[in-house]
Write a protein that binds this ligand. Structure first.
Ligand SMILES: Cc1cc2nc3c(=O)[nH]c(=O)nc-3n(C[C@H](O)[C@H](O)[C@H](O)COP(=O)(O)OP(=O)(O)OC[C@H]3O[C@@H](n4cnc5c(N)ncnc54)[C@H](O)[C@@H]3O)c2cc1C
Length: 454
């Protein structure tokens, strides 16, 4: 019987996995993982490496322990020799240049089959009537939802032929520190964890539309790290929503899946999107280089409680609610006028769901330099945003406990509180909690002037 390899990358699942299903059709399948972490446009970040470790452990478990790990290109030749492999199948990661590995494998006499997957619709099939790619979400969305995505394919269990090489621990993904255990404790990486999370979310999906902007409440799906590692496919999610009796084309949650789709679509057509402004006018933007301000933002010590809550949530849990990502992002690029790339890099390292397409898209949207981005004059006011979306202050008090006793009225702008109120709450500004590092109104004016200059 012919032996082929399925090279797992960001498709750590057995269900609705096109390349794996094709490999299985061809012969006995040897499952492997490896190399891809260093080859992505930005190498896998610290928090994601922790997730990856746990996800690979689950996958190896599903495969009865039979997952070979590649650490160098030479490992390919070793596997080919030992198992007389005739072909390698994989689902491509967006932004990765597969040409060198393609050439290397072909020289070994092996056929290569790379698939595009992890999306609802084939990107090449969605173009404007004039054949150009969409750059505006709404027409893209309308065009997409006109055709239902294909139904997911069934689970494929590879006829594993052996565990030739390496082990997951050898990838050295988890540092010997306290934080990896802390960030992963609320999650269940792996295909099974993803399936259970989807089921849990569907039982409460009716609250998503109203509740998705409230960071203190569990109304969002928290599926993003599972999607980032391909432990579940968006088609599986889309059709699960439909099977739950909802119309995905009218559903607020499925619309977010199409935002994900749009960001992947853009990265395909604009492969430097993760490091270059899509709108070239922003190449002239007078960004500031200020390490102390960046450090205050990263560590959640800006003096703006909702911003600090978000940055601390990120550090403590490896994630951040979408509404708060927008607030902290706007604060960095507009109030501090620090380049969106610095925000991208910090998120990339800290997020469990870090993903080149979504992270670039989110940051360029906020900066105003991306496709269909927020207009430059839309500058979130962190005080009003806090009051509006964390009405009872539960989220902010959880992550900024030094302000826990502040009354709601002053929670988001404690510097406005009379001394007696601060005393009663046990807060001395500049001692227990920082004073604001910039003035919101002054920094807003400076940002508008900087935007006007380009
Ligand atoms: C500055 C910034 C950076 C971001 N970086 C990332 C990132 O690295 N990885 C990532 O997966 N998402 C990123 N997002 C998008 C969004 O914040 C997360 O996808 C969302 O918070 C994940 O939580 P959830 O799974 O509960 O989302 P839900 O609200 O339940 O949405 C379901 C799914 O839809 C997709 N989605 C939701 N919102 C967006 C959005 N605004 N743009 C694109 N796709 C979306 C995600 O895949 C998500 O899992 C970023 C947003 C911003 C503003």
């Amino acid at each position: 019987m012919t032996t082929v390899i399925h090279w797992f990358q960001r498709d750590l699942r057995l269900t609705d996995n096109q390349a794996l299903a094709a490999a299985k059709q061809r012969g006995a399948v040897l499952p492997v993982y490896g190399l891809i972490d260093a080859w992505q446009p930005v190498p896998t970040g610290s928090a994601s490496r922790v997730w990856l470790h746990h996800s690979l452990m689950q996958l190896a478990n599903q495969l009865g322990g039979n997952l070979s790990i590649l650490t160098t290109m030479d490992d390919w030749a070793d596997l080919m020799r030992r198992y007389a492999v005739t072909a390698v199948y994989w689902n491509a990661v967006p932004g990765v240049d597969y040409q060198p590995v393609h050439e290397y494998l072909t020289a070994l006499g092996v056929q290569c089959y790379g698939y595009t997957e992890g999306l609802l619709w084939e990107p090449g099939s969605v173009v404007k009537p004039d054949g150009q790619p969409y750059k505006v979400f709404t027409p893209y969305y309308r065009r997409c939802i006109g055709t239902a995505p294909n139904r997911p394919t069934a689970s494929v269990h590879p006829s594993v032929v052996g565990c030739g090489l390496g082990n997951i621990a050898g990838l050295d993904l988890v540092p010997q520190l306290d934080w990896p255990a802390r960030v992963i404790q609320q999650w269940h990486p792996g295909e099974r964890g993803a399936t259970e999370r989807l089921a849990g979310f569907l039982s409460n999906i009716q609250s998503y539309s109203e509740g998705r902007n409230t960071p203190s409440e569990p109304h969002v799906s928290r599926l993003s790290p599972h999607l980032a590692f391909g432990e579940i496919s968006p088609r599986t999610i889309w059709h699960a929503v439909a099977d739950h009796g909802l119309d995905p084309t009218q559903d607020a949650f499925c619309r977010q899946l199409v935002w994900r789709e749009f960001s992947h679509y853009l990265l395909r057509d604009f492969p430097t999107f993760y490091k270059e402004n899509l709108n070239k006018r922003f190449d002239r933007f007078p960004w500031r280089d200020t390490d102390p301000m960046l450090a205050a933002w990263q560590s959640g010590r800006t003096g703006y409680p909702i911003v600090d809550a978000g940055m601390r949530e990120l550090w403590q849990t490896g994630t951040m609610h979408n509404r708060v990502r927008m607030i902290v992002g706007s604060f960095l690029v507009k109030n501090l006028r620090i380049h969106w790339r610095r925000g991208f890099e910090w998120f990339w390292d800290c997020l469990l769901d870090a993903n080149t397409a979504n992270n670039s898209f989110g940051w360029q949207w906020i900066a105003g330099s991306g496709a269909d981005a927020a207009p430059y004059f839309r500058i979130f006011n962190p005080i009003l945003q806090g009051k509006k979306f964390d009405t009872n202050g539960q989220y902010t008090r959880q992550y900024v406990p030094e302000l826990a006793a502040m009354p709601d009225r002053y929670l988001f702008d404690p510097w406005e509180a009379p001394k007696s109120v601060l005393d009663q709450a046990g807060v001395t500004l500049g001692v227990h909690y920082p004073r604001p590092i910039v003035s919101i109104s002054d920094s807003r004016q400076l940002a508008l002037a900087a935007f006007a200059s380009i």
